[in-house]
Design a binder for this molecule. Structure first.
Ligand SMILES: [Zn+2]
Length: 77
């Protein structure tokens, strides 16, 4: 008997009827499970929320655009 790795519920499947890479869903906890191995069947939980911890170093290089064109006052004399 295969069990859900998430909630440990029994999952009724025939290991002759599943294929590696097949996606199942647990009837108990609704988790998505991928068959990573058959004979015996091994399931992993596919977490749908991607919790990739990315440390983003956002360097806000504030480029102060000194677009102030200093026009030289023409001293017309
Ligand atoms: Zn489950």
């Amino acid at each position: 008997m295969t069990r859900c790795p998430e909630c440990d519920a029994e999952i009724d499947l025939d290991e002759d009827e599943v294929e590696e890479g097949e996606i199942l869903s647990c009837a108990e906890c609704d988790a998505e499970l991928e068959v990573t191995q058959t004979h015996p069947v091994h399931l992993i939980v596919i977490s749908d929320d991607e919790d990739e911890e990315e440390e983003e170093d956002e360097e806000d290089s504030e480029e102060e655009s000194s677009a102030e064109e200093e026009e030289e006052p023409e001293e017309a004399e």
